[in-house]
Design a protein around this ligand. Sequence first.
Ligand SMILES: [Zn+2]
Length: 135
Amino acid sequence: MNKGSKLYSILRFKCPHCHEGEFFVDSNPYNLAKAGELHGECPVCHRKYSREPGFYYGAMYVAYALGVALFVSVYVAIYVLYPEASTELYIGGVLGSLVVAGPYVYALSKIIWANLFYAYKGVEATAEEKARQAR
Ligand SMILES: [Zn+2]
């Protein structure tokens, strides 16, 4: 997994523009006091992390998709590993995994959302960005 691939930025919580700067104020999603808090711009390449106010509301859709994927995975895992499992185990397993994975899913949803809109450009300003600054 190399720099330049979106997966690199997503799994390491790095800036979607340059893949070097930190995306979150605290890269540990389980620090709940700072959960989901972003820098305003990348500390390395200084590009912004947001296009407009409320940009990250869209990350809800990503979180929803990740939540459903987790739900189905846990359900199928219980079904395969414990065919005799009770309904309570299914409910507890699914809810428990959603609670435990919640902060990570929340962080993933934001970095995935950012990566849907921003492409890798490297640290240096691109020719297009230089032209825009000169204007
Ligand atoms: Zn950057």
